[in-house]
Design a protein around this ligand. Sequence first.
Ligand code: TXA
Ligand code: MG
Length: 316
Amino acid sequence: MRVNQAQAIALLKAGDVVAIPTETVYGLAADARNASAIAKIFATKQRPAHNPLIVHIADIAAVSDWASEFPPLARALAERFWPGPLTLVLPARQDVLMALRADAPTVALRVPAHPLALAILKESGLGFAAPSANLYTQLSPTTATHVEASLGAEIPVLDGGPCAVGIESTIVSVQGDAWQLLRPGMIDLAQLTHITGKPPVVLPAAETPKAPGQHLLHYSPRTPCQLMHSREAVLEAIHSCTENVCLLFGDPIPDTSRSICLPRQASLAAEQLYAALHALDQLGAKRILIEYPPIGCAWEGVRDRLCRAAYQTAND
Ligand code: TXA
Ligand code: MG
């Protein structure tokens, strides 16, 4: 069910969920101070309770409503990248709902850059929790139609057009003067390090406080996906089995009914990535064969999502 901005605000104020556009992906939003609204997010997404939500806020000044500390390093990142696709994990104020942060002592905050999301935040005066507006483990939505395909036609959606960034925000945790990258995104390691002036802390895997819910089965199309290291191998597998479809980077191939080609420019590839995977998933193919994306720091977010999409297949 499509709603307009005023209806979206009314729903949020009434403690209901509404899917709203952000510059990264569509989010399933609800009032972050309302426990029953938060419960509706988890129920609608069928999301396990141990996976905490990001709180979307209107501006840097609102950080102090949610975080008990705002270290200078975190402030520097916020000043450079907000509004934008960066989420900061900071020590939480005690009054932040436990269900929202899954009992963690921290809270994840982001100022989104989409004009409709910002307008709703400013007009409603609310902070809203918003995970990606898809069923748990499914592909994230980058259009209103994707949201309806995953959550059903009854879900209220504010249509803000296709998302410009296209993959979920970069998540950085800041503790004092140390920082860690919890989820790669389109704000990459080089850009972050340029602001922080020092590399992230890398702890041994066993000690790393993971963003809960970052397990490898996320972001999967229903069709099994397989990453392949060379374009030639993908093309050979496409020719030898007509039930395969493929995702390539760079020059298109003649068989456009079974292939989608993404630009070899990371920001454009990210923008189109989920729409391409949604479209390939619709074809009912045996497998989606994926050319390994180009190397380089700017591609880390796209690479991360594709590795996750292919993980189940690599391990079944
Ligand atoms: O771009 C985005 O971040 C989108 C849009 C809608 O803003 N949202 C999004 O939300 O991707 P979601 O719920 O799909 O992913 C949020 C991630 C999860 O992996 C969660 O574990 C992590 O953020 N997270 C949330 N709170 C956290 C916390 N206190 N500590 C560590 N990780 C946290
Ligand atoms: Mg998600």
